[in-house]
Write a protein that binds this ligand. Sequence first.
Ligand code: ADP
Ligand code: ZN
Length: 763
Amino acid sequence: MPDPAPPAAAEARAGAERYAEVIVDVAAAGTDRVFHYRIPPSMCLEPGFRVLVPFGPRRIVGFVTGITGTTDVPAQRLRPVIAPLDHEPLLPPDVMDLCRWVAETYACRFVQALRAALPPLVRRAAPAVRPDLAVVPAVDREQLRQARDTLAARAPRQAQALERLLEALESGQAAPWLRDLTRAEGLGSRHYRALAQRGLLRLEERVRPRDPYPEDAFTPEPLHEPTPEQARALDAVRRALDAGRHHTLLIEGVTGSGKTEVYLHAVREALRRGRGAIVMVPEISLTPQVIERFKRALGRPVAVLHSALTDGERLDQWLRIRRGEARVVVGARSAVFAPVADLGLVIMDEEHSASYKQDETPRYHARAVAEARTRAAGGVLVLGSATPSVESVHRARSGRVEHIRMTTRIGGRPLPRVVVVDMREQHRRGHRGLLSPLLVQALGRTLTAGRQALLFLNRRGFSTIVLCRECGAAVRCPHCEVALTYHRAGDRLRCHYCGFSRAPVSRCPGCGGTAVGYFGTGTQRVEQAVRHLFPGARVERMDADTVGGRGSHERIYRAFRSGQVDVLVGTQMIARGWDIPGVTLVGVVAADTSLHLPDFRSAERTFELLVQVAGRAGRGDEPGLVVVQTYNPDHYAVEAAVRFDSEGFYARELAAREALGFPPFGALVRVVLSGADPGAVTAAADTLNAAVRERLEGAAGAEVLGPAPAPIARLRGLVRWHLLLKGPDAAVLRHALREPVAALERAAGRVRVTVDVDPHSML
Ligand code: ADP
Ligand code: ZN
């Protein structure tokens, strides 16, 4: 027990020193902790503030995570906060907690999670809000007109500037922005400054919202009266909202069953109860049409967050949410971190979409983050999809998630007819083309009828798997059940899970046939084939190559939607969400490429893609036809997809996952090691492997697979190896990795280590 301090000293201590706990915006092993800084007496700080702090010789941005009255840091080493960067806390406490959860769950640094949660501009050492200049008239319009006429001869530019101002005033703007006025040819801010000196106007600093979606551009639209199925789904959401507790619902609704309409109603219900909402859609479906639909239905309180916005726009949208001006956020994956106060509802459309997993650090999955966030907020999470993820179906089946089905399409439109073309058969008959005679015929009929067709190719497939054209079998690993990939270097077939390798085959191990070969086709080749067969048809292509720039996706979509394109060839981009009544034919050129990806999710991806693609046909009055070309017509994923038999598919797939201990029956953590020096990389892989195996000894059910070369064995000049950890408990796996990974990071910068908890890509 220390002696009681004299009263004066105690008072000085209590009144004098307060310390800010600061996370600095530097992602390195040594900085992944809280640093203490002295708060100067006159400075007001709270958790959530951004501050400028000294760090070594530099001044950098930091985030205040807490305020404390005590510190272990010796007084002479304590440095003061230089300045707060904002007038109010930028980061709400619940988002800060969520970031802490992300850092823990996905084994990344806290500041990396913060970076994912915040718009990029927030990391700049500048106030988040910078004012713009507004032009405010100082006299009435009549006087402005007179001034314009008098100035016309002497100062024609100023007269012109007044003319522009008058036009803007006439169009209803009370104080137009200087930047907009000076867009006209030959006008600069100096002309307005001159007018200000004449006392005709004032230039005032005002905060200008950079809203890429001005409110008045959207006329409000009433929602449809819900169908009985929609009403049932909505009732469930309403009940959950009223219970005021965390609850998760999975809405499994066939394409076109009116799920989006349910989301819109649900958001309204949340708003009605005074609570905010986040709606997540895959980046690719966050098109102007979708945003427009939300804006029309919900009006003012909607903010939009996605990567196609400029940094400034993104910041402004984010600030509107932070200030409570927007209570609803529509956005891509990162919207799960939006600073919505009193969050009552999170909706995740197309919850199975691979785009919800971030493929750079922090490698979070937005579904898991949404689950954690709604749990903390006592909110409702709605997962929607026509083809839910195996994870979500499993949770629904085990009763942890309420499962709601919507089985009929709006307007009673039937699901399209699906025809499977067995490409092995085609091969036997001597047809070597990309498009089977049946698909060519169907295309011809569609074009004659003046209808539209989508031809779909899965680009995730890469051309290095070895497939038998007679029986459709891919050459697989005897240990891992994944397709082997061919490596030119060394001329070997390799398993990317366990490292098994063998010499290339000249005969199919399944049927003994000799027609084995590389497999993989490109959208470009399909486009050429269609042009060649139908010279009169208007053909367009949509893939990563053709939709490089901002807006090109939109342009092609609009052209197709308005009927200026007859046949559209594309990748996954055309698979999802599109609702185009003119499409009566969908052709899947090769269902196999995704089936043989070296990934335990390959069957799930194939099933999902086929069902989604098929869902694009026959959304208008004409019934649709889907032609699926495949070398594997009897694979369960293909069989189930063409019959729209989800029950059958999930049963098979869950059984397979359970047998192998793959998610959702076990956790998976992948570690990728990369570096320029192959020797250093393999040595690091061996060291890590040994250390992790030792630590996992005795951990029931835990397994280490590998190390093996990653499927993309070389990337930008770096050699890549990976190691997979599998086990019933992710925390055990993460724990086993912590020290060995930290040791590798400390060792030297020659080998880079990436930890991916719950990996969704094995490439
Ligand atoms: P999903 O998201 O399940 O694919 P949508 O919500 O986009 O389905 O609905 C498909 C189409 O049906 C849309 O054009 C939508 O406007 C329309 N729709 C949805 N609900 C109703 C309803 N209750 N009454 C009439 N039309 C509806
Ligand atoms: Zn293997």
